[in-house]
Design a protein around this ligand. Structure first.
Ligand SMILES: Nc1nc2c(ncn2[C@@H]2O[C@H](COP(=O)(O)OP(=O)(O)OP(=O)(O)O)[C@@H](O)[C@H]2O)c(=O)[nH]1
Ligand SMILES: [Mg+2]
Length: 508
């Protein structure tokens, strides 16, 4: 059986559970070896792990998932499923881990479980590149597996479940053998900006960059303009594909250059220009077909551009938006396509920054899990809102509590004229401004402060600066009393420790 993994990028599998005796590995493959055997295998250059190694991996995995806040047997456990890509520097391994709960007859509450596929750290691009194919295989497998492993008093023995693991590995190996599942040592992130000419792609990018002055004399983009931006230490290449019809033809005909291996695609449609909707849908259809041909699962973020504040509420624009959304669903056969309305004319450019942040966050397999941990932190400290930002003000994770709207300050009568949903956006927009303000002030202080507090009426904003390896991140909390700060400060070190590796592997 171990032969199966010899020629594979997959090095090991481990299923762990936080059961009777705390976090521990339940099933390990390849079989664990003793410390003495390990030495021998090492001299033969064979890959093996000891029980202690597997245990260390299990503890690390499950620590990201379990919290004081317990899930009950009445909860719909499917709602608590997460994936993450995690590094184990001690073993030069990286895993794709599936976190979920199972119900058993021998423990009276849902049992947190982690199922990990381990590869060599240098092969980790295999996981990033194929995550969308591997995820459904794991979910399907777990549905069956989670039932098979349950004995009456304990988990079943390895012998009893071995055939299922075998099956799973064989399925994974099929993916591995497909020609488009590369293992690249250097992963380059490619983000495409696609849409008709004059749909606002270049303006969007310049707004993200805050190069407003250049917006004034913008010319149509001639062919492709490639820029690179740095996100969490990783270079992301942005391809702004000029949209005039001659260029469009070229991208489709030479899709293997332009569309191939795109990690993310922003598709632009000018909401004002109804006359050109059909032309744009045709283009979208062609692009989508090419992506399908490559069997790429490139996520598409739809930017409904030029939705300027003064016309956003007009009947005409509302109808246009409705039409666009229904056609997108037809063309992509996606149930809930990701759509955002943007304008270069709204306050602080929040629609553009938000669309860009949330779009880029699609590149991260770890965002959900960071969100989960931010959620634990927020609930335990009783804050209403928390936002984790990188140094450039990009949103890496967020938490919102509905309780916020029960505060008297947010009763609709008090904020007449503001759409309640926009309150969320205001936080996201103001947070980077706070961070920038804070960075400026911090520079002038001899004593390096790690936090700043802003008060508005009875409301309190707390901005904390945190360090994760060599990175500087910010968390903005929103709460009703300053006293909650004490709890935050108490919980923060543990939070940082938990998310450290998730941030390190945020995109790659
Ligand atoms: N009203 C309004 N105009 C916008 C907005 N965004 C862009 N524009 C204008 O639309 C025109 C085209 O914008 P570009 O950003 O050059 O469009 P593009 O998609 O890059 O076009 P190509 O490079 O030809 O593909 C410019 O005159 C912009 O000022 C917006 O949000 N609102
Ligand atoms: Mg352009």
């Amino acid at each position: 059986m171990e032969e199966l993994l010899k020629s594979s990028v997959i090095k090991a599998l481990v299923f762990s559970a936080h059961a009777k005796f705390g976090s521990q590995p339940i099933y390990m493959f390849p079989k664990e070896v003793s410390e003495e055997e390990l030495k021998e295998f090492k001299s033969q250059n064979a890959f093996k792990l000891t029980l202690r190694d597997y245990t260390q991996i299990s503890i690390k995995n499950l620590s990201l998932f379990i919290s004081d806040r317990e899930v009950s047997l009445n909860d719909d456990l499917q709602e608590f499923q997460y994936f993450g890509i995690l590094p184990y520097p001690d073993f030069q391994l990286t895993s794709l881990t599936f976190f979920h709960f199972i119900k058993t007859d021998f423990i009276d509450k849902p049992v947190p479980c982690a199922f990990s596929i381990l590869v060599d750290e240098i092969d980790r691009s295999f996981l990033y590149n194929n995550i969308n194919q591997i995820k459904p295989i794991i979910i399907e497998f777990s549905k069956r597996f989670d039932k098979e492993i349950l004995g009456i008093n304990d988990f079943k023995s390895w012998q009893e479940i071995e055939p299922f693991i075998m099956d799973f590995i064989i399925n994974l190996r099929k993916i591995e053998k497909e020609p488009y599942t590369l293992v690249a040592t250097q992963r380059k992130i490619k983000v495409l900006f696609v849409g008709l000419d004059d749909s606002g792609k270049t303006s969007f990018l310049l707004s993200v960059d805050r190069k407003y002055s250049k917006l004034m004399r913008l010319k149509p983009t001639h062919g492709v303009d490639i820029k690179s931006i740095n996100l969490l230490g990783l270079n992301i290449f942005i391809w702004d594909l000029g949209g005039q019809s001659g260029f469009r033809e070229r991208y489709i005909n030479k899709a293997q250059i332009y569309l191939y291996e795109a990690d993310l695609l922003f598709y632009f449609i000018d909401v004002k220009n109804k006359d050109r909707f059909e032309e744009s849908f045709d283009y979208l259809q062609n692009v989508n077909k090419k992506l399908k041909d490559f069997r790429q699962k490139t996520p598409i973020v739809f930017v409904l551009s030029k939705a300027d504040p003064d016309i956003l509420d007009s009947k005409e624009i509302k109808e246009n938006i409705k039409l666009i959304k229904s056609r997108i669903i037809e063309i992509t056969s996606e149930v809930e396509p990701e759509t955002f309305t943007t304008s270069i004319f709204d306050n602080f450019n929040f629609s553009i920054l938000r669309t860009f942040s949330l779009g880029l966050s699609k590149l991260s397999p770890n965002r959900e899990l960071i969100n989960l941990n931010l959620r634990y932190l927020s609930i335990q400290s009783g804050v209403y809102f928390a936002l984790l930002l990188n140094n450039d003000g990009l949103d890496l994770a967020d938490f919102y509590s509905n309780e916020m709207f029960s505060l008297p300050e947010f009763k609709p009568s008090q904020i007449e004229g503001i759409d309640l949903k926009n309150v969320y956006n205001i936080f996201e927009t103001s947070a980077p401004q706070f961070a920038i303000l804070y960075k400026i002030f911090a520079k002038f202080k001899t004593l390096k402060q790690e936090e700043a507090i802003f008060k508005m009426a009875r409301l309190v904003f707390l901005l904390k600066r945190i360090h994760i390896s060599d990175r500087l991140l910010f968390i903005l909390f929103f709460m009703d009393t300053e006293e909650k700060k004490v709890k935050i400060n108490e919980l923060l070190p543990d939070f940082i420790k938990r998310i450290e590796d998730l941030i390190l592997r945020y995109i790659f």
